[in-house]
Design a protein around this ligand. Structure first.
Ligand code: ZN
Length: 271
């Protein structure tokens, strides 16, 4: 079995404590718990204010492992929203802007049309992202979220888009969304060092009681985290391991300091 991951590689995706903490509190929490990376969500970023957040993150020397999120290319107003997200990611010095591609517009049954809109949307914003020096990370989502969140559902699909566009775009590998994929090892290898822009960790609970907000803490479910880490490392990825847990029934109800302590401990033991 692989050696345990370095503690310094842990990053906190602030969704993990979003029910309890503001972004300012999450930044302070990372500093208190020796977590060196942070990935903010834009709603909390807006609450705190971009300049203030950037200053607090710099003051603690945290790496912004990603900004969540851009994308939703099938929703109204996608262009302006994505251009704002690129500016924010630039200001924060984020390693990437995470793209959740978007699902079916209301009333549509046409997946092909949505996927076409996603291609066009990425084509429209990529030049701006390149100019700003912000890599775009397409995050394939589990197929159970194809209708409402993203109809890019496998790493293979995401990498096909990357092949089409070339520079400035890669993928976010979130174990929750891709652990089941029979082509996962092969596609991680295909992605390689330059296109794996983020690595998100949590666990898949059995049973899963909610398709969005019932993620498990690492070690509480069935994902073979050490194995997937060995694949991303073999591909050359040496970046952060971003813990991202949406958990209405469990972790969002706990003391956030306990959540961070547990995440650190499980990262060392189960990842
Ligand atoms: Zn993720």
């Amino acid at each position: 079995m692989a050696s345990p991951p370095e503690a310094g590689r842990l990053s906190l995706n602030t969704a993990t404590v979003r029910a309890q903490w503001s972004l300012a509190q999450a930044i302070n929490g990372c500093a208190r718990h020796g977590i060196r990376g942070v990935a903010p969500w834009r709603d909390k970023l807006a609450e705190m204010g971009l300049k203030r957040a950037a200053a607090a993150i710099r003051a603690h020397g945290l790496t912004v492992t990603g900004l969540c999120r851009g994308g939703f290319f099938t929703a109204e107003g996608w262009r302006d929203d994505n251009l704002r997200a690129i500016e924010e990611a630039h200001e924060l010095g984020a390693r990437c802007l995470v793209l959740v591609a978007g699902g079916l517009p209301p009333g549509s049954r046409d997946l092909g049309l949505s996927r076409e809109a996603i291609r066009e949307g990425i084509a429209a914003i990529l030049p701006e992202a390149r100019k700003a020096g912000v890599p775009l990370a397409i995050e394939p989502l589990h197929p159970m979220q194809a209708a409402d969140r993203a109809c890019i559902n496998t790493l293979e699909q995401a990498l096909d888009l990357c092949d089409l566009f070339g520079e400035g775009i890669g993928v976010a590998v979130d174990v929750y969304h891709v652990w089941w994929d029979p082509k996962l090892a092969q596609q991680i290898e295909r992605a390689g060092k330059d296109r794996i822009l983020a690595y998100h960790i949590c666990d898949w609970l059995v049973p899963t009681r909610d398709t969005l907000n019932d993620r498990g803490m690492m070690g509480d479910g069935v994902i073979d985290l050490p194995r997937i880490r060995s694949w991303v490392e073999a591909a050359g990825y040496a970046g952060f391991h971003e813990v991202e847990i949406f958990s209405e029934r469990d972790w969002w109800r706990r003391d956030p300091d306990e959540v961070l302590r547990t995440a650190r401990e499980r990262h060392a033991r189960c990842c």
